[in-house]
Design a protein around this ligand. Structure first.
Ligand code: ATP
Ligand code: MG
Length: 349
């Protein structure tokens, strides 16, 4: 039985994670859950955001489902030393899991085009998966300094780093529309030239059935907004991916709709991209969609159950149209929306 470590976290975290688990219990009744306090909730209970017991639990898990962490600006957690704040727990969690690939589906759901900042004809059918390298590149290179005369950081990628992220992208594409766009700046950067060469090599030796093209990051920034339907899977390095995934995140038009997966060689980490929304915590109005869709990603990428993931995606699409939550202009609360999803799932057994 796959073991899922559940970290509800803070703010709306516990509410939206509870919804996701209700949904999982219908489509994958055999999963085992091990719940731990994490982030601010763990600080209040144990004095630290990510205890040794929780670290041990995630190392032995098949997947980790996370709600959200942190509090409002004026939260008492923000008066603690930096290494004892909720956010440092999240960094330590990602590190403990060694997640090197961040996956963010950018999808405009049918009937939800009006939420998108794009014109409806451009928004229709947008379904892109951004795969961002998460542990390398300019953010992490150990060679770095600042002095009176200059600041320095370096973008460096090693063979195995490009290989493993390319594999994630090609594999994901096989479960989608079989097309990968590798994004770089190979016209000016040697590191990009290398990236491109390695991605080509991985495709040729392991994924020759997947179509691959290469585009420059500046061009992709433009095309993601003017012609997003041209993309299936986008794979790119850390800095480019950081920027493109945030650009992409505004296309669906609501934070409450956006799930994410972070994958490494061990357990994957699944969480909504939004924060803990302290302004609406405890009111029962949070939209659980991003977390429920994160649970679907977990079924797809860590548990190898694409049919169960498809069932959730289909039920969410209908629930969004039939009984939308307040942030989407509807009136459903967290529980009512969840009940709609559960009802629709039961109809599609
Ligand atoms: P972070 O905590 O990552 O720094 P943030 O504080 O900028 O992010 P969020 O906590 O995500 O942002 O909240 C931003 C706004 O979006 C808030 O007004 C919040 O209520 C709203 N929001 C976020 N997630 C949801 C959700 N699932 N349902 C409804 N509203 C949400
Ligand atoms: Mg926040």
């Amino acid at each position: 039985m796959p073991k899922i470590v559940v970290l509800p976290g803070d703010g709306i975290g516990p509410e939206i994670v509870a919804s996701a688990i209700e949904v999982l219990k219908v489509v994958a009744p055999d999963l085992e859950y091990d719940e731990h306090k994490f982030g601010g909730a763990s600080i209040d209970a144990y004095g630290e955001p990510f205890t040794a017991a929780t670290q041990e639990a995630v190392k032995n898990a098949d997947a980790v489902l996370l709600g959200s962490i942190g509090g409002a600006q004026d939260s008492h957690w923000n008066t603690l030393p930096r290494h004892l704040r909720p956010e440092s727990g999240l960094l330590a969690l990602r590190k403990a899991l060694g997640v090197y690939a961040n996956l963010r589906p950018i999808k405009v759901y049918e009937g939800m085009e009006h939420l998108s900042p794009l014109k409806p004809e451009l928004a229709r059918g947008v379904d892109v998966l951004v795969v961002r390298e998460l542990l390398g590149g300019v953010y992490f290179d150990p060679e770095r300094w600042i002095n009176e005369m200059e600041g320095f950081n370096a973008m460096r990628y090693k063979k195995h780093e490009v290989e493993r992220i390319a594999r994630v992208a090609f594999k994901a594409a096989q479960g989608r529309r079989n097309k990968v766009t590798s994004v770089d700046k190979a016209n000016v950067l040697e590191v990009s030239e290398f990236w491109r060469r390695e991605v080509v090599r991985v495709r040729e030796s392991e994924y020759s059935d997947v179509a691959l093209n290469h585009e420059y990051v500046d061009s992709v920034a433009m095309l993601l907004v003017t012609n997003p339907s041209r993309y299936d899977v986008i794979v790119t390095e850390n800095l480019f991916g950081d920027i493109l995934s945030d650009l992409g995140a505004v296309l669906p038009g609501s934070l409450g709709l956006m799930p994410s997966a972070s994958l490494g060689d061990g357990a994957g980490l699944y969480e909504p991209i939004h924060g803990s929304a302290p302004d609406i915590a405890g009111q029962g109005i949070a939209n659980p969609t991003a977390t429920i869709l994160s649970a679907a990603l977990m079924l797809r990428y860590s548990l190898n159950r694409p049919e169960a993931a498809d069932r959730i995606d289909a039920a969410i699409l209908r629930a969004l149209n039939e009984n939308p939550t307040k942030d989407l202009g509807g009136s459903a609360g967290t529980q009512e929306f969840t009940q709609t999803v559960l009802q629709l799932l039961k109809e599609t057994v």
